[in-house]
Write a protein that binds this ligand. Sequence first.
Ligand SMILES: [Zn+2]
Ligand SMILES: [Zn+2]
Ligand SMILES: [Zn+2]
Length: 240
Amino acid sequence: GLDSSKYKARQQKNYLKDNENNIENNDDDDFNDELLLGEGSEAFKQCDPFVFPCVQCDTLNFWNAPFIFNEDKTCISPLLRCKNVNCSSQPIDHVVYLRNRLTLMINKAIRRYYQNWLRCDDDTCCAFRTRQTPLGILHKRHLCTSCSKSELITEYDDRQLNLQLRFLKQLFNIDAYKNSINRTKIEQVDAYFKTLSVDVTRSIHKNMTELQLHIDRIIQKSGYAEVCISNLFAQFYFNA
Ligand SMILES: [Zn+2]
Ligand SMILES: [Zn+2]
Ligand SMILES: [Zn+2]
């Protein structure tokens, strides 16, 4: 279920941290500021990676972080290589394609949330699944109409969708990512950038930032952002 106390504590911590560092805080956009670090990266493990087939060799590329760490203590930007080691394609040369794949993925996640599938909490005795409940009665308790014993729970609720959207943004946020990893890995990232030309380094940062902005635009366009930041949902998080 939902652990609102942890969420509250994290909010408080982020708020204090932002004040300490005098970072300007944009309260209107909770996708930008709530980077779920620390225990959040644990939560991110339940999120879907950004997946796309390589335009050249069709190999599926999975992105879970802004850098891929190799066993030899080096790392690389996934923008510069295909998962297939024999393929020379660099995703950074196909940014429009990446943008389209992100659009598809995010719209699919938002659609899944609005479809509001409910399933029986007890999947050992009952595999009941329904989507006949309107969004309005989300978060209220419902007895399973099939077994009448367990509760119906939301398959993909707003908390999961928010987490997924933040995860995707974090995938393209180099600074936030560096704040969330240990010193050894930070040094690997810094060493990696030193091996790249100024132009390539600049291009990676520029494209990562643009992909973050693209995610914002899709979310805004979908209308989900307004639902998400409404008081109704804030209350759900903080007083549940
Ligand atoms: Zn490839
Ligand atoms: Zn049931
Ligand atoms: Zn939100």
